[in-house]
Design a protein around this ligand. Sequence first.
Ligand code: ATP
Length: 488
Amino acid sequence: MSTQQENNFQAIIAHAKEYGFVFPGSEIYDGLGAVYDYGPYGSELKKNIRDYWWKSMTQLHENIVGIDAAIFMHPATWKASGHVDNFNDPMIDNKDSRKRYRVDHLIEAHAAKLEEKGQPKEAEALLQEMDALLSKDDFAGLKHLIESNKIVCAVSGTCNWTDIRQFNLMFDTKLGSVTDEADTIYLRPETAQGIFVNFLNVQKTARMKIPFGIAQTGKAFRNEIVARQFIFRMREFEQMEMQFFVRPGTEGEWYKYWKQARLQWHLSLGIPAKKYRYHDHVKLAHYAKEACDIEFEFPFGFKEVEGIHSRSDFDLTRHQLYSKKKMQYFDADIDAATGKPYGNYVPYVIETSIGLDRMFLLIMAHAYEEETITKEDGSTDSRVVMHIPEKIAPIKLAILPLTKKDGLPEIARDLMDECKNYFRCFYEEKDAIGKRYRRQDAIGTPFCVTIDHQTKEDNTVTIRYRDSMQQERILLSQVKDIVINAIV
Ligand code: ATP
C-alpha cells in the first residue's frame, strides 16, 4: 500500500468511528482483536445492505426462498463438510518474537515489498513457487522458501522460524453443563451448511422445483490468525449466502448465470465497473467444477468480496453419507433424450457467498471523499462527504427548519410525520444550516430539506442534493415522492 493509500484507509477507519459507523469491539477494555461493533449509522447501513441483498435474492427471484438456521449445528455436520479435517491454515511462529504468521500472508507481504523495490519478476516467481508448494502441502519446502528468501519477522527482525504447522480455524465450545460429559461443538465457520442440512425440509415445505435456491444471512466465526485491515478480516462476521440447486449437467450454464448476475448486483448500486474484476480460480478444490471471486479495488488493492462456486453434489452427498438420510430430489420432468422422467438424483449446487462486513467496507471505501470546494468568490472550503448509494444510505432525508421559531419546526414535524413511515428521516434544528448540511454529508444523507419563512407563504422548501450540493426550490408536497423515487 502506498503512503497515500494507507493515509486514505486510516482516514476511513477514523471517520467510521467518529461518525458512529464502526467502533472497535469492547473498546473500553482496549478492544478485542479483529472484533468490531457497529454504531447507530453503521448498523443502519449494514441492515440496508443486507435487505438489499435479501430483496434481490428472494423478492426478485420467485425460485429462491430464505431460511434462518442456528449457529450451533450437530458436530457431525463439520465432519461431513470437511471443516474438521481440512479447514486449516499453515502457520509459522517466529521463535524470538513468538509472533505467529499465516505462511501465505508472510510470503505475500515479502512479495509486495519486492514489487515496491522494483523487482516485480522476483515477486511473481516467489508467489508462483509458494502456490506450487501450498498445493502439495509441502511444509518443509515452504519453510525452506521463507528461509532462502531471508524473510524476517516484522517484530523481531530475525529469520528464526519454527516448523510449519496446520491450525484449524473453527472456534469450539461445549454443549451441556458438565464439562467432562459435554460434547464439543463448533461455532459455524460459514452459513452454507445450515442450508445443505435443511435442503429437503425447504424443498418439501415450500414445494420447490429444481432449479431453486435457498438464501440465508447470518454470523460466521473463524479464528483468523492474522486478522488485519479493519473489518476486511474479522473473527466474527456475517455472511450472505445462496445455494442454488440444479439438475446435474446444467451446472455450467447456471454458474455463468450467477457469475454475471452477482456482478450486476454490485453494479446496480452505481459503483463503477472499473473498480471490480473477476478472479477465476485455477487451483480448484477436488469436488469443485468452477470457481471465481468477485474482487473490488479496496484502498489496499484488489481483494475478494464475494465467491461464486460450482460445488457439484459434494455437500449433499457428504451429508447423505454421514447422516444416512437420503438427500435426493425426484425430478418428474421428461428427459428429451430418453423420453422418461429424470427421476431421483442428488442435485448439483452453485453457491454465491458474500461477506456483509466486507461489502460494508467496500461501500465505505467507495463513498468516502475529502472534497475541496471552490466558492463563487474564488476562496476554497472542504468537506468530507460519503457518497453512499441512496438506496442503502443510513438516513435518507434530513428535515431542517431554518430557525427554532416562527412556526417552522411545526411544518418540519408535519413533514417528518408524513415521511417517517416510508424511510428513515432525521430531524434537527440546532446550529447554522451550513454546519447541519456538513454533518449530513459526513454520514451520507442524500437529501436535506430546509423549511424557511417562504415555506409559510408558498409551501415550497429548499431541497439540497448531497453529491452536487445543488439546491432547488420545490413544493413541500413533492418531497416524499422525490425520496421514494430515488431509493426504490
Ligand atoms: P479469504 O480468502 O479472504 O480468507 P475465503 O475465500 O476464505 O476468504 P469464503 O470462505 O469463500 O472466503 O467466504 C465467503 C465470503 O465471506 C468472502 O468472500 C468474504 O467476503 C467473507 N469472509 C470470509 N472470511 C471473512 C473474515 N474473516 N472476515 C470478514 N469476511 C470474511
